[in-house]
Design a protein. Structure first.
Length: 516
């Protein structure tokens, strides 16, 4: 057989085998998609539709740069004057600027906490370097872990960021189901974050735009809570749909309600990211480790908590130990309990008192509750404490949840005063409220040592510099004058020891500021 004929025969034979294989494959039933595959494919279709709605034919985010302003209200969950009731609100203003190709960002915000605790900052990031400008003190400092920071404060306000992140985490993308939100049908999908959390995205079934995202997390005081952000509307700028507002809730409690305006989708000038002139470097607190310092015989201070921003007082009485303040979270309490027992190993810890209900001062309470230690507080905090005791901790069961306890002993500071004595030493808890920062506020007075321990009533900047007294400090000053207490040393939860002369100085600085 000629060589060409043999080649043709081989090709014909090969094609016959391929055709037979195809026919056999068509006759065999296809392997059904698993539940995981089906869930992913359905979620992927929703996500791809959202990407087209938010960026058109361009890759996400669909724009090179974006700028907008923020105005509205900040709601102070667990940071208001009262422990129960709706949270207090203060005005909130700021702006966001993002240059995506250069990875440059700006986030600015100004607001306050109840009682005159104003804050105003501008963060500028250029690549991996970021700077925090304190607009009130005219100081600058480096911003640590700037990628995570800007994702939490700036990029989270852009729906395009969430869809792009979900695309990058596609192996974890799953269909959740259909749901109604604000009276409209939504397609709901979820994805896992790099940190191990899960984000749930709600897309409008008609427009494919992102209406809401939420995460399930564990709160130090209230356990299993949902943190959610919803976008209140959209407008198209430069062909790109951008949100016109945002509402945040945590555990169903409103925390932020703002509007966005002044949108631009265009290249931003370098001046938008320029360093601010006239700012000096802020003092940097050295890295602090928790440690015990003796203030007087049997009177101690645990310092270095929360990176150095918190202190806890404890007093060794004849037969027991009394603790003042339970800041931050369970881990902080575990550290404090360990250090107390190393310092005073022979006495039980019987009482813990909190200066006020704000969660940075009471977030560690459940660690004391787990051991049956008596909580000492004011009458207005009872409902707050009951909620803390009833909270469900199934995501991250804490020591109290694992203990199986229900409730716990509580002593009230009634008629503004509670006295603890062992016949030799006396410790007094005094309620100075109602004040601008909290309706009920305790201070710890040690008459023999002439030491007064307080939280948020007199604070000093990092490095110890004094600042003009705010409304809260002024209220404390007036109360202290009326009380007639012969205070020699003021110990702060948030700041180093001060003398009465320091308090007088802050009040004079306040008077000068008000006279300008």
């Amino acid at each position: 057989m000629p060589r060409a004929s043999r080649a043709s025969a081989l090709i014909f034979l090969l094609m016959s085998h391929v055709s037979a294989a195809r026919s056999q494959a068509q006759q065999q039933p296809a392997t059904p998609a698993t539940e995981t595959e089906q869930s992913y494919r359905r979620a992927r279709a929703v996500l791809d539709a959202a990407a087209r709605a938010l960026a058109g034919d361009k890759p996400l985010p669909g724009m090179d740069a974006v700028f907008f302003k923020i105005t509205g209200k900040l709601y102070h969950r667990n940071q208001s004057q009262r422990a129960d009731g709706p949270p207090d609100a203060t005005p909130f203003a700021g702006e966001v600027a993002v240059d995506f190709p250069r990875n440059w960002m700006v986030f600015e915000r100004s607001s306050s906490f109840p009682g005159g605790f104003d804050f105003s900052n501008r963060w500028v990031r250029k690549g991996e370097e970021a700077t925090n400008y304190n607009l009130l003190r005219k100081q600058h400092s480096p911003t640590q872990n700037s990628g995570v920071f800007f994702e939490n404060v700036a990029l989270r306000r852009l729906p395009q960021h969430h869809v792009k992140t979900a695309q990058e985490r596609a192996t974890s993308l799953r269909w959740v189901g259909e749901a109604e939100f604000n009276g409209t049908k939504h397609n709901v999908v979820s994805y896992a974050t790099a940190a191990g959390g899960v984000v749930t995205l709600y897309f409008d079934a008609q427009t494919n735009l992102l209406s809401k995202f939420e995460t399930l997390t564990s709160d130090a005081l209230f356990g299993d809570v949902v943190a959610e952000t919803s976008f209140t509307g959209y407008q198209t700028v430069g062909g790109i749909p951008l949100p016109t507002g945002q509402v945040d809730k945590r555990g169903g409690v409103l925390t932020l309600d703002v509007s966005f305006s002044g949108h631009t989708v265009a290249p931003l000038p370098e001046s938008a990211f320029a360093p601010l002139p006239g700012f000096t470097a802020a003092a940097q607190a050295p890295a602090a480790q928790p440690a015990v310092r003796e203030l007087a015989k049997d009177v101690y201070l645990v310092e270095g908590l929360g990176g150095g921003g918190y202190r806890v007082l404890f007093v060794s009485m004849r037969d027991f130990v009394m603790v003042a303040e339970a800041p931050l979270n369970e881990e902080t309490t575990e550290t404090v309990l360990r250090l107390i027992r190393e310092t005073v190993p022979s006495k039980p810890i019987r009482f813990v008192a909190i200066t006020h209900h704000h969660d940075d001062h009471s977030g560690g309470l459940r660690g004391y509750m787990a051991e049956g230690i008596t909580l000492v507080t004011t009458p207005g905090n009872i409902n707050f404490l009951r909620s803390v005791m009833r909270a469900q901790f199934t995501i991250q069961p804490d020591a109290y949840a694992r203990s199986g306890r229900r409730g716990g002993p509580v002593d009230l500071v009634e008629n503004g005063k509670a006295v603890f004595t062992d016949g030799v030493r006396t410790l007094e808890l005094l309620d100075i409220g109602p004040g601008p920062h909290a309706q009920e506020m305790l201070v710890v007075w040690l008459p023999q040592e002439k030491i007064l321990f307080q939280g948020d009533l007199l604070n000093r900047a990092v490095g110890g510099s004094l600042q003009a007294a705010n409304d809260t400090t002024a209220h404390f000053y007036e109360w202290l004058k009326r009380s007639g207490l012969p205070v020699e040393k003021l110990i702060g939860v948030h700041s180093q020891a001060s003398a009465m002369a320091d308090l007088e100085t802050t009040m004079e600085m306040r008077r000068q500021r008000l006279c300008r």
